[in-house]
Design a protein around this ligand. Structure first.
Ligand SMILES: *[C@@H]1O[C@H](CO)[C@@H](O)[C@H](O)[C@H]1NC(C)=O
Ligand SMILES: *[C@@H]1O[C@H](CO)[C@@H](O)[C@H](O)[C@H]1NC(C)=O
Ligand SMILES: *[C@@H]1O[C@H](CO)[C@@H](O)[C@H](O)[C@H]1NC(C)=O
Ligand SMILES: *[C@@H]1O[C@H](CO)[C@@H](O)[C@H](O)[C@H]1NC(C)=O
Ligand SMILES: *[C@@H]1O[C@H](CO)[C@@H](O)[C@H](O)[C@H]1NC(C)=O
Ligand SMILES: *[C@@H]1O[C@H](CO)[C@@H](O)[C@H](O)[C@H]1NC(C)=O
Ligand SMILES: *[C@@H]1O[C@H](CO)[C@@H](O)[C@H](O)[C@H]1NC(C)=O
Ligand SMILES: *[C@@H]1O[C@H](CO)[C@@H](O)[C@H](O)[C@H]1NC(C)=O
Ligand SMILES: *[C@@H]1O[C@H](CO)[C@@H](O)[C@H](O)[C@H]1NC(C)=O
Length: 758
């Protein structure tokens, strides 16, 4: 299942229509072929695939061979996969498996759909750092594979944008309510892919058969990554200011692959294939597939092809936290992004009859009233009959046992003046966009209100909405729902990689998808405020675009390394970043990777950990995949597995202890080898420091790296000695390489764990 990583207000929730029943017999498959086995008689792969389908004559009548074969073919892929997708009966699939050149096949997976301030919060500014150095990402093309785009959004105005880079090969495809003249120098491409969806549901009517976004998600992610500036942006007055993407001058190309009617892997692969053909520099993917091996994961397979074209790919970790091991897109060749909060709260003020006021969170779109109303505390918020007696009052509800959902819906259907919901549940965010006056308070604020009500003979209060508070602390913190590592599909590479803003992000939206509800009326707007790792991912995509603009020669691994090793470990109180999912305990690398993204530091990281295609192949070999499984990912039939290694040259470390069969009193030493490349000052000396990891002995050899020139590489070893049987589930620490001039700190997290993922 692919999931879009967005949390949605419940009654605006986007769910795929379930009446799309599978065809009785045939099903859609993605088929990997070895093109070195293509007979010379064929001029191209497409004809070979057609002939291959033709030859599966079991279910075809002789007279209609060709048309049937071409109607079975859904896509011939070019870059992402050597192969095609097709609708096949079980017999045809079996027959296909014995055709020369067949490598593997997987059934098409259904994708079940899961700022005004963030650039300031990230410290981006015109005077110094990533914006001026990269020229705001001007020459970089960001491909967003998502639900399409609202092209009229002001985020895609091309004011101040130079001519389209001549290397661009993409197009602006016309379709339902989408004229190809809607693209410009900002939105340079818009294409749509739904042959997989249609093949699966032949009778389907796609209501918006074009790149136009009917949902809003794709408009939100693309404007977050690379939207132009829009002044006077806000969500009904919340979060007012100038909205802008992280790379405000970068170009946007959208590939619509997710539809109100459904979203399939075959279409997602086709979109990524086209993005690669068109010449994008960055791909932003706020979607993912749970519980699939790398060689079955459409994102892993498609992004390997992107890697070969030097395209930087950023993906979302998922919204399945806070339990460990919930992450997806834990793919060694992409960036996997976790979601954090910003130093901004959006909400309301409750002014009590005694003059004291209490701040809470809310995104209620209605108008404020300063009129004082009676306020009561009740433990009957989930009881319609009791609530009926409280009409024209503000009711205060306390979430005792995760009952917030029942309380919220009962109060919303009661005719009360307003609701105050006291809760520390992480689900509370689902309810912020309320259709009635509602304010969400923490237990601490709740006490003030309850005390006042108890002590007053005639308690009253007034609710004032549309408030924005900046500079709130602590921030960033890891969102509770952000999915946690280790990676299911490749536990040996520590994931997620990095934390980026993903909570209550304001960005552009589709004008035909409601952003709020007031009583029973749906409201529409140019902007929406939503949360999820879907929102964190495009922040990192935008940062990747800035680095690509500043260092066009850098590989995707170099860009990832620069973002990771320069990220921040502390929040705006200068304490370690906290994890909301662990009651504000210190966040671990399994929640936030190396730390919070800092693009200004990332443009000048000092050292980088690079990786080549061969390094990734060595990793795939060490995962003990079969030759065909590796070929499914790399597309090459001659993968060199003579040097298998799980020890990828990655800017982080994860060591598994408690290996089966080890004795409880013995020691285990786990060793890592790394090569760093000097991209900082020519002459420089770096010294290693390692934080204490209780119960472990961590050493680095050599402890000093002396560079004499740029791009020089140096090798070091990190070894972790620990008990064969760990007591804690995981212990973590950090290795930092600091240069003698005090300019650079190149930091990597180290995790030792006894988690067993198999
Ligand atoms: C697209 O828009 C342009 C300019 O508004 C118009 O001239 C053209 O006819 C439109 N094309 C289509 C196919 O609607
Ligand atoms: C599609 O429509 C045809 C003709 O209207 C009908 O015979 C067929 O059963 C439909 N198929 C599905 C899957 O609904
Ligand atoms: C700003 O936006 C608000 C709401 O959309 C609108 O009422 C107001 O006129 C706008 N102000 C300016 C200066 O454009
Ligand atoms: C709290 O909820 C759990 C599960 O929903 C239930 O088993 C338990 O009885 C509830 N406790 C109280 C005090 O309501
Ligand atoms: C009110 O709460 C009860 C449980 O306490 C729940 O069963 C019911 O569905 C709720 N009513 C509404 C309208 O949400
Ligand atoms: C809700 O309360 C208002 C004000 O007292 C009243 O006018 C209205 O009829 C009530 N609506 C319902 C559905 O009870
Ligand atoms: C928040 O909720 C958790 C249980 O979900 C509880 O253990 C904790 O004490 C609560 N914190 C406060 C401040 O009420
Ligand atoms: C791969 O197989 C070898 C030999 O059987 C084994 O030692 C190793 O642990 C396996 N690696 C993984 C990642 O399972
Ligand atoms: C395979 O890799 C090894 C070392 O990694 C190298 O020595 C050898 O030449 C490679 N073989 C081929 C056929 O490329």
């Amino acid at each position: 299942m692919a999931t879009l990583h967005v949390l949605r207000f419940v009654w605006l929730a986007f769910t795929f229509i379930s009446y799309l029943v599978p065809l009785a017999e045939s099903d859609n498959y993605i088929v990997h072929m070895d093109i070195t086995a293509m007979p010379k008689a064929f001029s191209d792969q497409h004809n070979w695939y057609l002939a291959t389908l033709n030859s599966l004559s079991v279910d075809f009548s002789a007279s209609s061979n060709l048309p049937t074969a071409s109607s079975k073919l859904i896509y011939s892929y070019t870059h992402v996969i050597q192969g095609f997708s097709a609708s096949l009966s079980p017999n045809e699939l079996e027959a296909l498996k014995s055709i020369p050149g067949y490598v593997s096949s997987t059934r098409d997976l259904l994708a079940n759909v899961d700022t005004t301030h963030s650039y300031q919060f990230l410290g981006l500014n015109s005077n110094s750092g990533a914006w001026p150095v990269s020229n705001y990402g001007q020459d970089v093309i960001v491909g967003v594979v998502d639900t399409g785009v609202w092209p009229e959004s002001e985020s895609f105005n091309d004011e101040g944008i130079t001519e389209i880079p001549s290397r661009w090969k993409g197009k602006c495809e016309s379709g339902t309510q989408f004229n190809s003249s809607l693209c410009n120098k900002k939105l340079i491409g818009a294409q749509f892919f739904n042959k997989g969806l249609v093949a699966r549901n032949p009778n389907i009517t796609i209501k918006m058969n074009s790149a136009r976004d009917t949902d809003g998600h794709g408009t939100h992610t693309s404007s977050t990554a690379a939207g132009n500036y829009v002044s006077n942006a806000s969500y009904f007055g919340y979060a007012p200011g100038t909205a802008g993407g992280i790379a405000p001058r970068a170009r946007v190309a959208v590939y619509k692959v997710l539809w109100d009617e459904g979203g399939y892997a075959s279409d997602i692969i086709a979109g990524i294939d086209q993005a690669i053909t068109d010449g994008v520099d960055v791909i932003s993917l706020s979607l993912g597939f749970d519980g699939v091996e790398l060689y079955e994961d459409p994102v892993a397979i498609a992004t390997f092809a992107a890697l070969e074209r030097n395209i930087f790919v950023s993906t979302s970790a998922g919204n399945e936290g806070p339990s460990v091991g919930t992450l997806h897109n834990g793919i060694p060749w992409v960036l996997t992004v976790a979601a954090g909060t910003m130093d901004r709260e959006l909400g309301a003020v409750l002014t009590l009859g005694n003059g004291n006021s209490v701040r809470g969170t809310s995104l209620y779109p209605g108008d404020s009233s300063l009129t004082q109303s009676p306020i009561v505390f009740t433990d009957k918020c989930d009881n319609q009959i009791e609530l009926k007696k409280l009409e024209n009052k503000i009711v205060v509800c306390e979430d005792k046992n995760n009952s917030i959902s029942d309380q919220f819906f009962n109060v919303s259907s009661a005719n009360v003046t307003g609701g105050i919901f006291i809760s520390n549940s992480s689900d509370v965010e689902f309810f912020y966009q309320s259709s009635f006056p509602a304010i969400f308070m923490t237990p601490k604020e709740g006490e003030i209100i309850k005390d006042y009500i108890k002590s007053s003979t005639e308690p009253k209060a007034a609710m004032e909405f549309k408030k924005t508070f900046l500079g709130t602390t602590p921030a960033p913190s890891v969102a509770s729902y952000s999915s946690r590592g280790p990676s299911f599909s490749c536990p040996f590479v520590l994931k997620p990689d990095i934390l980026a803003p993903g909570v209550l992000v304001l960005a552009s939206w589709s004008q035909i998808s409601s952003v709020a509800q007031l009583k029973s009326q749906l409201l529409y707007g140019k902007f929406n405020i939503i949360s999820g790792t879907s929102m964190a991912c495009p922040h990192a995509s935008g940062a990747g675009a800035l680095l690509k603009g500043a260092h066009p020669e850098w590989s995707p691994a170099a860009i990832r390394s620069a973002l990771m090793t320069t990220s921040d470990l502390t929040d705006n109180t200068l304490s370690p970043i906290k994890d909301i999912g662990l009651d504000f305990a210190t966040a671990s690398p399994l929640a936030m990777g190396t730390g919070h993204i800092n693009p200004n530091k990332a443009v000048d990281p000092g050292l980088i950990y690079d990786a080549t295609i061969e390094d990734y192949v060595n990793l795939l070999c060490a995962l003990n995949f079969t030759a065909k499984q590796i070929q499914t990912i790399t597309k090459s039939s001659t993968n060199n597995c003579s040097a298998p290694s799980l020890d990828l040259n990655y800017p982080s470390f994860i060591a598994f202890f408690n290996v089966k069969g080890s004795k409880s009193n013995s020691k285990t030493v786990i060793e890592f080898q790394r090569t760093v490349t000097n991209v900082g000052d020519e002459m420089s000396t770096y010294t290693a420091t390692v934080t204490v990891m209780e119960g472990f002995q961590v050493s680095v050899t050599p402890e000093k790296l002396v560079f004499k020139e740029k791009n020089e590489k140096k090798f070091y070893k990190l070894s972790i000695e620990g008990p064969s049987m760990m007591k804690d589930i995981f212990v973590f620490g950090y290795l930092s390489w600091e240069d003698s001039g005090g300019k650079y700190v190149v930091r990597s997290p180290i995790v030792a764990t006894r988690l067993q993922l198999d």
